[in-house]
Write a protein that binds this ligand. Structure first.
Ligand code: ADP
Ligand code: MG
Length: 686
């Protein structure tokens, strides 16, 4: 290949090396293994391969209508071939009276079967029996196609490359016992067969092997991080349960802990006693009481002479955490502050100085906590209350905040699917909080469409008469912010028409208000000074108004499942029966309908998370795409989840018996990992 086409491949497909080319996998195959009789062509035939004698090559039509036609005849019938482009070149190359093997897509034109722009080759003894492998088709781009590097042309290069490779060039990386146990095709053979399988079955086996390899290697890397930490990392020791924790637990705890909260606290206590760094994921459903667990852990840190920080995904949430935690700690000698992007100037300086001197015990904030200017005196625990998913690398920035990395607790806003957790948080230990505080009733969830709006509004009136409050939430999605804003305003006017002042009072919050206005409006609702809150998703996380019993979600089909679940979690926080109404238009896509159904049927965040991923695929689940951890070339953690579980289990077992990959049977694996630039995790071994 010349340098120009080479450059184009770099630009268009990111292909730089032979390995890149080998790892450009076909997305489908063409079956040229059989040559069909022309008689077999029906109106339903798509691509087909036939062979016969070429005759009647003819130039027809004028200008735009110009075309070249020819006839191909075998013993069973005749097929018309036609070309609209490159006519003179084709005409020159065709030889009437010779036998050709022809492949292409058939269609009907003027009642006659026709094949446009077929691939043609002279019939030879070698190709007469049909190809003994399936022909690969690769993803390509328009630009590449115009330079003769279309999806099929790329195959020629791959074929040429494979012709020069020996088994030693593609050594096995999976240990023998695994190969046997999972009946996997050897690496060398799989790399060939994924490109040029001799049968559909062989192609499938090659794919299965390479997917397993991909999943297994990623799991080995992740589990390796975890086992290294378990074996070697040092961590601060929180030796005692001291005065702050005890005073709070005995005198200021507003309720008794749930069983799940106690269990998780015990797990964390164990983690922080052993001299190793804790890295734990706390998966809890909405409303399961994660904040309280976070607070108790922070008290544990403070009692042992350390600072603690809590990082929230948004300013509003950080602020709310500060308020609720601040209120709970009011009577304790603990100094706590807020640090977000909005904290500026002198105030910021003071806070940073106090963080550095150790005067401040707890710091609550947003991403701003990660900045280099934030230097702790002695950070012992960092808690991430997250909504957007962090990668391993970002979490590692917290590790650097002390000479020995602080303990890390990551809390999810809603549960995430098991396989996703395995991939995104596979290096963490996991705690599950699947129990809600006592007295919570399930939230009755219904689906209503536009024509039922009056009855929904009447229902809200009934609840308000009982002294309750209601949320009405509108979507706000950035691409169409303006339109959404207009929808919100129209919605607000409509709500006002149903609920006239002064009998009813309505408050509104949205992202275009200044934070002061938003805060004031929010507070009105929190204090019960208005009965209805019209809002966009700014209220999604955090807001806690136990007296609110109705959540109406407008255009519910536009929300993701975890978002709907999160919103629904804003009600049902007190002892009263609560309701969630999902409003949609009358027409819904199949997928939207399914999603709404899931919400109506299930109140369990763990179940909903699995369904969400099934319906939308992992790439669409908020924030996962950026993490780069799901960039598998072949595997798909939804479709291949059974395989992922097997790969995980195999990786764990392997590292358990041979944590440093010293056994001869794992030599190939170690060499492979090192060659693939994963030195970060393995560098200290070699
Ligand atoms: P999430 O896990 O969604 O962050 P929160 O921490 O916001 O949940 O807690 C939800 C609500 O439950 C809060 O009002 C909190 O005060 C309350 N809560 C937490 N733990 C308990 C408990 N053990 N018993 C009763 N209520 C609790
Ligand atoms: Mg929370």
């Amino acid at each position: 290949m010349g340098p120009q086409r080479g450059d184009l491949l770099k630009k268009e497909l990111n292909l730089y090396t032979f390995r890149d080319l080998l790892e450009l996998f076909p997305y489908r195959y063409i079956d040229k293994s059989v040559i069909c009789p022309i008689r077999d062509i029906t109106p339903h035939t798509d691509f087909i391969q036939v062979a016969g004698v070429l005759s009647d090559v003819e130039l027809l039509g004028e200008r735009r209508g110009r075309r070249l036609t020819a006839t191909l005849k075998d013993d069973t019938g005749a097929l018309e071939l036609v070309w609209f482009q490159g006519i003179s070149w084709v005409q020159k190359s065709l030889q009437e009276g010779r036998r050709y093997i022809v492949y292409g897509r058939t269609g009907i034109f003027n009642g006659v079967f026709q094949m446009a722009h077929p691939e043609m080759e002279l019939l030879t003894p070698e190709n007469a029996a049909g190809q003994d492998y399936l022909e690969p088709v690769y993803p390509s781009t328009e630009k590449l196609k115009s330079r003769g590097l279309g999806g099929r042309a790329l195959g020629k290069f791959t074929q040429a490359l494979l012709g020069q490779l020996q088994p030693a060039d593609l050594p096995e990386c999976l240990p023998d016992p695994l190969m046997t146990r999972f009946r996997l095709m050897p690496r060398y053979l799989a790399c060939r067969a994924i490109h040029f399988p001799r049968s559909e079955e062989e192609g499938k086996q090659a794919l299965r092997r390479l997917k397993f390899e991909e999943l297994f290697l990623s799991q080995v890397r992740i589990c390796r991080l975890k086992s290294r930490r378990h074996l070697q990392s040092r961590g601060w020791i929180f030796e005692k349960v001291g005065p702050c924790f005890n005073a709070f637990y005995e005198h200021h705890l507003p309720f008794t802990l749930t069983g799940a909260q106690k269990r998780v606290l015990k797990e964390i206590r164990q983690d922080t006693l052993g001299g190793r760094q804790m890295n734990r994921l706390l998966q809890g459903d909405v409303g399961s009481g994660k904040t309280l667990v976070a607070l108790l852990c922070m008290l544990l840190a403070v009692d042992n002479g350390f600072q603690a920080c809590l990082m929230a995904p948004t300013e509003i949430l950080a602020q709310q955490h500060l308020e609720s935690i601040g209120a709970l700690l009011r009577e304790l000698p603990i100094r706590i502050a807020l640090l977000t992007g909005a904290v500026k100037g002198k105030e910021r300086k003071t806070i940073l100085a106090q963080v550095k001197s150790g005067e401040l015990h707890m710091l609550i904030g947003t991403h701003a906590l990660l900045e280099e200017g934030v230097v702790f005196h002695n950070l012992g625990l960092a808690i991430v209350d997250e909504q957007h998913r962090f990668g391993v690398a970002q979490r590692a920035r917290l590790w650097k905040k002390n000479t020995v990395p602080p303990h890390i607790l990551v809390m999810t806003a809603t549960p995430i699917p098991r396989t996703l957790a395995m991939t995104l948080y596979g290096d963490l230990d996991v705690s599950i909080m699947d129990e809600l505080p006592p007295g919570r009733q399930p939230i009755a969830t219904v689906h209503r469409s536009e024509h039922q709006r009056p009855s929904v509004m009447d229902f809200i009136k009934d609840e308000i008469r009982e002294g309750r409050q209601a949320y009405i939430v509108y979507p706000l999605i950035h691409e169409s912010e303006k339109l959404d804003y207009e929808n919100l305003m129209t919605g607000y006017e409509n709500v006002k028409a149903y609920f006239p002042e002064p009998r009813y009072l309505i408050s509104m919050v949205h992202g275009r208000q200044t934070s002061e206005v938003r805060e004031t409006n929010m507070q009105r609702f929190v204090r019960g000074e208005c009965q209805i809150m019209v809002a966009t998703t700014v209220i999604e996380v955090g807001v806690n108004v136990p007296n609110a019993t109705v959540m109406v979600i407008e255009s519910a089909e536009r929300f993701g499942l975890s978002q709907l679940h999160q919103l629904r979690g804003r009600v049902g926080r007190g002892g009263d029966k609560s309701y969630c109404v999902l409003m949609t238009g009358n027409k819904l896509s199949r997928e939207s309908r399914q999603r709404i159904q899931v919400m109506v049927q299930s109140g369990n965040g763990f179940v909903i998370a699995e369904k969400d991923m099934e319906l939308r695929g992992p790439g669409d689940i908020e924030g996962t795409r950026q993490s780069g951890l799901l960039d598998f070339k072949l595997a798909d953690i939804v479709r291949d989840r059974v395989m992922l579980e097997a790969a995980r289990e195999a990786a764990e077992a392997l590292l358990q018996t041979d944590p440093e990959l010293q056994l001869p049977e794992n030599e190939g694996l170690l060499r492979f990992l090192l060659s693939r630039g994963h030195q970060t995790a393995w560098s200290r071994i070699s």
